[in-house]
Design a protein around this ligand. Sequence first.
Ligand code: SF4
Ligand code: SF4
Length: 110
Amino acid sequence: MAVINRILIQVDDCKGCGLCIDACPVNVLDFADELNAMGYRPSHYKGEGCTGCGTCFYTCPEPRAITVVRNIEGLEDGYCPHCKNTVKLLSGFRDSEEKICIECLKPINS
Ligand code: SF4
Ligand code: SF4
């Protein structure tokens, strides 16, 4: 089975500097169409092709903006009430005891 990696972007922690977009060696990041709560256009994952290299994470000046998730297929499946869909769930995100949906980054129990 192919290992699928991706990044999670906490859009309201992103200041839209574009450093991660320039740094990604496989060019899978661009700017989102919508502005975030701070009025910036945040970085956006195009949806496929992330190698999980971590370059974006180490480039980003905002310590909470990017999380790299390696081997998504290895994550637990679960229902997200926010997305109203079956999604992959991530445990231990920022030391939280709640599992989060990797699509909307919200705890599945809230
Ligand atoms: S982890 Fe690497 S490949 Fe994936 S988005 Fe970040 S820089 Fe690009
Ligand atoms: S480097 Fe960080 S702050 Fe800058 S655009 Fe990327 S995620 Fe946003």
